[in-house]
Design a protein around this ligand. Structure first.
Ligand code: MUC
Ligand code: MG
Length: 378
């Protein structure tokens, strides 16, 4: 069955509360949604997200859309859909980088192939190992009291017992205090990790990680800027607490170098960073071979993108740090009629055909950024 069309939409969906990272506070999350249609009119849908325009990483929703429309779509129209792996291999020969763009296209192809075979997408990825996975939540309201209340409430609801704190913004020493207060409040019932999002220099990292380690933090994510690989190696050597590479761990080749030189000792997976679900499996295999722990990361995708992450994470053997694919719980609304289920501190892997999510076209139209694109939605 041939590929007939590729439509790319940019959507902005509000969040339930402001979500504060080092470089940006999210109040509405920007996502890119892809729809790929085959000759029979069947549709595959997928989503990737970015954070804070170009402030988190180089990829922006505008660039993702422009590069797909201009440089990727022409290579896939008319191709045999079942050959999704070959299609993406051919795309990689003519488009460098652009991993987010490649990911959203590849995932829509996989959703469509799986739907046309009436099987869950994870069956095209080797089959699932997990029916559900542990789910962390990010406490990022920007206020210690609110964060503690939020953590206690989610423990009570059995929603999360792993909490990640975003501590890249503001005074590092006050932030360490903030973490220690949260550990004092919920540390006997929950694991507490921190994400610095590249905000520290090495001296600050040495000082703060010493205090965090002594205080019982169970993992430190991307403390240094991505370029400071050697600094990451020194921190990994010095501290017992695991040092996770996130923004630095993108392509298969990046991850190989990180594992080889121990620029950290665990990896946050994110299909968008790696260029799709197939590449995510390769990255996971490299990490596994090197004895690195894995974390099922998120760029804060809504239900559709989260279901795509869940499909591939379900096929990966072990997540020492659990997952953080909590996006649907942070969004005020969703663009699918199906909802992701969360139960007993875990996310349930959707089991329907494709990613198990039916699109709500009215919602896509409602949140689509450019009305001319929404008019073209059928
Ligand atoms: C990141 O850097 O990990 C993931 C969870 C969250 O709160 O922010 C994202 C990005
Ligand atoms: Mg991170």
């Amino acid at each position: 069955m041939m590929i007939r069309s590729v439509d790319i939409y940019i959507l902005d969906i509000p969040t339930v509360r402001p979500h504060q990272l080092a470089m940006h506070t999210i109040t509405a999350q920007s996502i890119v949604v892809a729809r790929i249609t085959n000759e029979a009119g069947q549709e595959g849908w997928s989503e990737v997200a970015t954070i804070g325009g170009a402030s988190y990483g180089e990829g922006t929703v505008e660039a993702i859309k422009a590069n797909i429309d201009q440089y990727i779509t022409p290579h896939i129209i008319g191709k045999e859909l079942a050959d999704f792996s070959k299609i993406m291999f051919e795309v990689s020969k003519v488009v460098r980088g652009n991993n987010f763009a490649k990911a959203v296209v590849e995932e829509a192809l996989i959703d469509l192939v799986a739907k046309s075979k009436n099987v869950p997408a994870y069956e095209l990825l080797g089959g699932k190992i997990h029916d559900s996975l542990p789910l962390a939540w990010t406490l990022a309201s920007g206020d210690t009291g609110k964060d503690i209340e939020e953590a206690k409430e989610f423990l009570r609801q059995k929603r999360h017992k792993i909490f990640k704190l975003k501590i890249g913004k503001g005074d590092p020493f006050k932030n360490v205090d903030h973490v220690l207060k949260i550990i004092a409040a919920v540390g006997d019932k929950a694991r507490v990790t921190v994400d610095v999002n590249q905000a520290w220099d090495e001296t600050t990292a040495n000082y703060c990680i010493e205090k965090l380690q002594a205080g019982g933090v169970s993992m430190v994510e991307q403390p240094l800027p991505t370029w400071n690989y050697e600094g990451m190696a020194r921190l990994t050597e010095r501290f017992m607490v695991p040092i996770m590479a996130d923004e630095a761990a993108n392509s298969v080749q990046d991850v190989f170098q990180i594992t080889k030189h121990r620029y950290g000792n665990c990896i946050a997976l994110k299909p968008c960073k790696h260029g799709g679900l197939l590449e995510t499996k390769k990255v996971a295999a490299i990490a596994e071979g090197a004895g690195f722990g894995l974390y099922g990361g998120t760029m804060i995708e809504s239900s559709l993108g989260t279901a795509a992450c869940a499909a591939v994470y379900a096929t990966i053997s072990e997540f020492e740090f659990g997952t953080e694919i909590f996006g649907p719980l942070l969004f005020k609304d969703r663009i699918t009629t199906d909802e992701i289920q969360f139960e007993n501190f875990e996310i349930i892997i959707p089991d329907g055909p494709g990613f198990g999510m039916e699109i709500d076209l009215d919602k896509v139209k409602h949140y689509a950024r450019d009305y001319s694109y929404s008019l073209s939605l059928k």
